[in-house]
Design a protein around this ligand. Structure first.
Ligand code: ES4
Ligand code: ZN
Length: 396
């Protein structure tokens, strides 16, 4: 693969201020030596030294085998350019891109909104039940290959209902792929229905009611899309309805928005996990509250890099947040757009922040503990994590 976004996906740094065409090319080779190339040629702006390829290979194998949960994944954000082009052809949708490489080249973002514009455009190729099945199945195959034992996935119904694609189209597609993945690969799955916060609270309420036939198949509700200017308090009614229906509640907060949106998510919406939450660090009282409550943050390092929340993965505050006692998990967010699935997020973060295997084990352990699965299921995954760690002679 080539093109600016693909090249950038092998870097731990992104020059947001300079623009994507400043990125350095890499020679196609093994994953480990691609990292070494990328790191070596990025030394003018990356704060990390070039890693030893053998170390990268070992770490990569360790991460892939580490049992983990993914708790922050937008299924529409797993739409790879290849599938986007294929579905456009299958459904007769005209794309403003000549080919897969042109799609990839467009994946260069300066902030959350610049990404969302492309992301909603991409979702327009999803039209039939089979499309939603294929999308879900492809993600679950990749997640399984990354050592994911449990994934609690977001979907954006309003992105589809706004195009007159109903719940009766996408829900059966999602649910069949999830059932097949469970049978074929043993991946445990759950669905979290997100409300789009750039739309009014009343639209969230309507969406909740439109989903009535599927409430029993949902794990929870969430809140995503453009954060700044769209505070959590707008969505109290929809979240109250969800709570009454016995659904879990999570909220994107403190990605680009202020720490007060995290506080609002906890107080007004009863959020049980905070998606992103990296701006919590600006509010010491909130940091104490998050540490005391054990409410997990679903952090997405590559997303923060690609959306210019940070300029360099080495600047990410997730280790400081963990050291302050917060429950940190690592996730991919929109892997097709941000240069990698969950194992890549673990690896890039470990390299950039010089994390130990014990740090990674602790993030994986947190991810299992922060699932909405039963205590029995969690205990089983934790046992397999402990067995895996023992096999490496590490104490996690
Ligand atoms: C999203 Cl990175 C991010 N933030 C907020 N909403 C989203 N929807 C899909 N990806
Ligand atoms: Zn997200």
């Amino acid at each position: 693969m080539d093109g600016p976004a693909a090249q950038r996906s092998n870097l731990l740094t992104k020059r947001c201020a300079l623009g994507a065409d400043q990125d350095v090319p890499h020679s196609p080779a093994s994953q480990a030596s691609r990292y070494a190339d990328a790191m070596a040629s990025a030394t003018n702006s990356s704060k990390s030294p070039a890693p030893d390829p053998d170390h990268v290979d070992r770490l990569s194998r360790f991460i892939t085998g580490l049992p983990k949960a993914e708790l922050h994944l937008h299924i529409e954000g797993s739409l790879e350019p290849e599938m986007l082009v294929e579905l456009a052809a299958r459904n007769g949708v005209e794309l403003p891109f000549a080919d897969v490489e042109a799609v990839r080249a467009a994946y260069s973002f300066t902030n959350l909104q610049s990404f969302l514009d492309i992301y909603y455009q991409g979702a327009a190729v999803l039209q039939t039940e089979a499309d939603f099945y294929d999308l879900m199945k492809a993600y679950l195959v990749r997640a399984h290959a990354d050592g994911v034992v449990r994934t609690e996935m977001f979907f954006d119904p309003q992105t589809h209902t706004e195009r007159s694609i109903g719940f009766d189209v996408f829900m059966p597609g999602f649910l069949k792929a999830m059932a097949d993945a469970e049978t074929e690969m043993g991946v445990s799955t759950g669905l979290i229905m997100c409300f789009l916060r750039h739309l009014p609270g009343s639209a969230a309420v309507e969406t909740f009611h439109a989903a009535a036939d599927y409430h029993d198949q949902l794990l929870g509700v969430g809140l995503d899309s453009a954060e700044v200017g769209n505070p959590p308090e707008n969505f109290v009614e929809a979240f109250d309805l969800a709570a009454e229906a016995g659904l879990h509640r999570v909220t994107h907060a403190g990605e680009e928005g202020p720490p007060s949106y995290i506080t609002g998510a906890l107080d007004a919406l009863g959020a049980e996990r905070i998606d992103h939450g990296v701006r919590a660090e600006e509010d010491p009282a909130l940091m104490d509250r998050l540490a005391m409550s054990g409410i997990a943050l679903t952090v997405c390092p590559r997303s923060n890099l690609e959306l210019c929340v940070i300029d360099d993965l080495a600047d990410h505050n997730l280790k400081r947040l963990a050291d302050a006692g917060l429950t940190i998990t690592l996730n991919s967010d929109d892997p097709a757009y941000f240069g990698g699935y969950v194992a890549k997020n673990y690896l890039d973060t470990a390299l950039a922040l010089d994390l130990t295997e014990a740090d990674l084990v602790s993030f994986a352990r947190n991810s299992i503990d922060a699932t909405f699965a039963s205590a029995e299921q969690q205990a089983e995954w934790t046992r397999s994590l402990d067995d895996y760690v023992d096999g490496f002679g590490l104490s996690g």
